[in-house]
Design a protein around this ligand. Structure first.
Ligand SMILES: O=C(O)CCC(=O)C(=O)O
Length: 287
């Protein structure tokens, strides 16, 4: 077992944020402002379904597509992930009384991480399992990780082609203290595509939660960044989002959610005993 308390920021949930979160404030504000002064491109797609979804993604920062992956495939992938976790005794290790992140190398860059706590100012996501490059360990996930529709929607919304950086799975079991609202970046947008592999149809399940509209130019981004500097929090935290409504995205397994990670988002706190499993692809625009 490798215990590495120097790894707490290395979850898919916060890696992009942590890279930029410690920039000097003036530089960060300049980066945010440069992005905010750009006009959104025209949505361009021949396929009307893609165009419609891209328009919603561009306008709201998030789009939800039900029945994207069949229930049978979700069940198959869930079984594959469960056996991978069983092989590495993950459910038992989640209860170890240790600090930091427990990391298990799976080869070819795939890595299972179990968050026990964050060593920063707040503890969060205790018990969350985040598997990096899950598709390297489980190639059968390619039907989702390499899905061209997802990339087409993001490209039509952003006016740029996209590159997939990594594909992870998140397994949340009784994560009652998820990370609070945050943006992954205040610079050029990055996107994530999530697919629920279990039904996430009650708040107890801990749905992915988005603040629609916060991906665009909003004064709260700047106020929040200045506030964080004063309080010593990462610049990407979104502790002030007055007037924006959190939208917990309740949905059945197989539902696809694409979100612009410049917008404020978080996981909803789970009830003790609740479980949630999802896949997530992380994309960046490549001009
Ligand atoms: O687990 C969740 O619902 C939130 C995930 C998140 O914040 C992220 O991937 O950036």
């Amino acid at each position: 077992m490798m215990m590495d308390s120097a790894l707490p920021t290395q979850t898919a949930a916060n890696t992009p944020a942590s890279k930029s979160a410690n920039k000097p404030l003036w530089q960060a504000l300049k980066t945010a402002f440069k992005q905010d002064s750009k006009h959104p491109p025209l949505v361009q797609a021949d396929d009307p379904d893609i165009a419609r979804r891209a328009y919603t993604l561009q306008k709201k920062g998030v789009v939800v597509v039900p029945d994207f992956i069949s229930a049978a495939t979700c069940a198959q992938w869930q079984a594959n992930i469960e056996s991978l976790m069983a092989e590495h005794n993950v459910r038992a290790r989640k209860n170890d009384d240790v600090a930091g992140v427990d990391a298990i190398e799976l080869g070819e860059g795939a890595r299972l991480t179990i968050r026990h706590s964050n060593d920063g100012k707040d503890a969060y996501d205790t018990g969350m399992v985040d598997c990096f490059h899950a598709d390297k360990a489980l190639p059968q996930l390619a039907e989702f990780t390499q899905h061209t529709t997802v990339e087409a929607i993001i490209a039509a919304a952003s006016g740029q082609s996209v590159e997939r950086l990594n594909s992870n799975f998140y397994f949340n079991d009784s994560v009652t203290n998820p990370r609070g609202a945050h943006m992954d970046t205040y610079g050029p947008p990055s996107y994530k595509a999530f697919v629920y592999l279990t039904d996430v149809d009650t708040l107890d399940c801990g749905p992915y939660t988005y603040y629609p509209g916060t991906h665009g130019a909003t004064p709260w981004r700047y106020i929040s960044m200045m506030w964080n500097t004063l309080r010593g929090f990462p610049l990407t935290d979104a502790r002030l989002h007055l007037g924006h409504k959190a939208k917990p995205l309740l949905a059945k397994k197989g539902t696809l959610i694409i979100s612009n990670q410049r917008g404020f988002h978080k996981g909803w706190p789970q009830a003790p005993g609740a479980e949630r499993l999802l896949l997530v692809n992380n994309y960046k625009s490549v001009g």
